[in-house]
Unconditional design. Structure first.
Length: 600
């Protein structure tokens, strides 16, 4: 047991930021073992002689209590958010916000996941989720359908179904006309969202497990900790250092790196080219890495805009700028992303009548459902195309061929992205070179994936498991996910049969090719989500089951955060921020184009 350990953190209160002079106590077995008063930056440090052997409670200002575990080598909790002054009544959701979003950030991200693809690196704790956990906990994965039995598909069948020679291979099949489909950028923004709420650096596809869950290495909320890390005091490598002699010296800003032309348009990297960012998965392809760069730039431009509007007044703080970017991110997820992904009737029902599946009892904390992380949110894999145009002069394959867009390397100068090829920016102040004819669209959500995703180069030596489809199917089985039809019955949605979905045809194809039987008469949940979208909505949006899981999870993660705009200021829109060029109709592309104009 280590001696003289410590716990650090910060206390903030929207909308003003850090709170000074607040008493913070660490209580163990009803006894205060350490206390401190927050400094001018809201910071506190609790020193204890040794790490407590039992669960401890953090008490802030005699009105916020949080359960924490103090590691032997100490740790840092996420900012403790005090309710705004005068907030004594229920929130707009009908209950007071749940206890704050805090997690210990003592783990290292040393495991190399930069070579992976979205979905091939698993969420920590995802594979070890009990069917009926004792209680919710921050950083944990839990079940929406803990009352449903697990589907029992044969492993060999799943390998054949999702393998490169199986019926889920799109092959040379022509995609349908997609003029009414969302722009292609929403696939990558969806990937960015996933990396905002989940992180795991372990992956095993060969066993089914059900022990107590480990912690998710992401706060389960749309708080951009994949951008900001654990904050400046812990992840200093993400921030400019304030040294007047440095090229990037504004301590309120984030670091941006040079591309091969020397332009600050890439992720910051070390000498080996490894990205120095809050989540290494955001460097797995060059479209996603530039999306991350645009978020860095958006933060830095917010700092500049606030400072310009306050000439002669105090400069914008890191906390103020980061809160604004988080609120814009949350607003876009709720008002732009979800309407383009979910079936309108389902999303409207969740917004108007509340959540039915994703609930967080009073006194407990947010979590990520395994049905979301292991099945429904993996719909995006079917929306990926093999080739993308980055700008007026360059088109490249995402994973295969030359040129390709795999990440993990410094950005070449001719690959700087023009977001007008990925989002509809016509008629906005951020118009680019692309017109409506050039705008790329997402592929349909259906049960066919491009062949390049079934032959991932980073898993070339793993046989069938080099297929992303197979990995998803095996992961669902190991998680003990229910069948798609069982989930549909549970949410009182239309139940599509195996014949409706084309699954019977795919089973017959596998039987002819491999001679194996499915082992379960109903469909795997992930397959059902894909096929349901195709049958119910022509692949333009998720169907009833997929929409319910995705909408309730993402809205729940926002609404159960005490610091989100929907909790702190429910009527807030981007139009409330006079210093920024947005209104309530803004889209994701406008935020990214805004950020792409700021390189330091």
């Amino acid at each position: 047991m280590a001696s003289h350990t410590h716990l650090t953190g910060r206390v903030v209160q929207p909308p003003t930021g850090p709170v000074a002079g607040v008493t913070v106590e660490l209580v163990v077995d009803s006894e205060t073992v350490a206390s401190d008063e927050t400094d001018d930056d809201g910071g506190f440090t609790l020193h204890v002689d040794e790490a407590p052997t039992m669960e401890s409670t953090l008490v802030v200002d005699d009105r916020i209590e949080e359960s924490v575990t103090v590691a032997d080598d100490g740790g840092t909790v996420d900012p403790v958010v005090l309710p705004p002054d005068g907030d004594a009544g229920p929130s707009h959701h009908g209950h007071r916000p749940s206890p704050g979003a805090m997690k210990l950030m003592t783990a290292s991200y040393a495991d190399d996941v930069s070579g992976g693809i979205h979905g091939s690196v698993e969420q920590r704790g995802l594979t070890e989720t009990p069917r009926r956990p004792a209680a919710s906990g921050l950083g944990r994965f839990e079940r929406l359908f803990d009352f449903l039995p697990a589907a029992t598909h044969d492993v060999a069948f799943l390998e054949a179904l999702g393998g490169p020679n199986g019926p889920m291979n799109l092959g040379d099949e022509e995609r349908p006309e997609r003029r009414d489909f969302p722009p292609a950028g929403y696939v990558f923004y969806g990937q960015f969202i996933d990396h905002d709420v989940t992180l795991d650096t372990t992956s095993s596809l060969d066993r089914q497990v059900d022990p107590a869950a480990l912690r998710n290495f992401r706060t389960p909320g749309l708080d951009l900790d994949n951008v900001y890390g654990a904050g400046r005091e812990v992840d200093r490598h993400l921030y400019q250092n304030g040294d007047p002699g440095a090229a990037q010296n504004d301590e309120h800003k984030l670091l941006v790196g040079p591309d091969t032309d020397g332009t600050l348009a890439d992720l910051p990297r070390n000498a080996q080219g490894v990205a120095l960012i809050g989540d290494p998965r955001n460097d797995e392809n060059q479209i996603l890495s530039q999306l991350h760069v645009s978020m860095l730039g958006a933060h830095n431009r917010i700092v500049d805009r606030l400072a310009d509007e306050r000439a002669g007044e105090s400069a914008a703080s890191l906390e103020e700028a980061s809160q604004l970017l988080r609120w814009h991110h949350q607003y876009l997820v709720v008002n732009d992303f979800l309407p383009r992904v979910c079936q309108e009737t389902v999303l409207d029902d969740v917004l108007e009548n509340g959540r039915e599946l994703f609930t967080v009892p009073d006194g407990e904390q947010r979590y990520v459902p395994v049905e979301f992380a292991g099945a429904a949110y993996r719909y995006g894999h079917s929306r990926i195309e093999e080739t993308y145009r980055l700008n007026e002069g360059l088109e490249a394959d995402l994973f295969q061929g030359e040129p390709h867009l795999r990440g993990g390397r410094r950005l070449q100068g001719d690959r700087r992205i023009d977001w007008s090829y990925f989002f509809d920016l016509e008629g906005t102040q951020f118009e680019g070179a692309a017109d409506d004819e050039d705008l790329q669209r997402v592929a349909p959500i259906d049960r066919r994936l491009p062949e390049s995703l079934l032959r991932l180069p980073m898993f070339a030596d793993e046989g069938a498991v080099a297929s992303l489809a197979t990995r998803n199917l095996l992961r669902g089985r190991r998680l003990g996910l229910p069948s798609g039809q069982a989930a549909a019955r549970a949410v009182d949605a239309e139940v599509f049969t195996a014949d409706d979905l084309g699954y019977d045809d795919d089973v017959a194809a596998v039987r002819r090719e491999s001679g194996v039987e499915p082992g379960d008469p109903e469909t795997p949940l992930w397959y059902y989500v894909l096929a349901e979208a195709e049958v119910a909505n022509g692949g333009a949006r998720l169907g009833p089951v997929g929409s319910r899981i995705v909408a309730e999870t993402l809205l729940g993660l926002v609404d159960e955060s005490r610091a989100s705009y929907r909790t702190v200021q429910p009527n807030w829109t981007p139009a409330h921020v006079d210093e920024l060029p947005f209104d309530e109709e803004m889209g994701v592309g406008e935020l990214l184009a805004f950020g792409a104009d700021a390189r330091c």
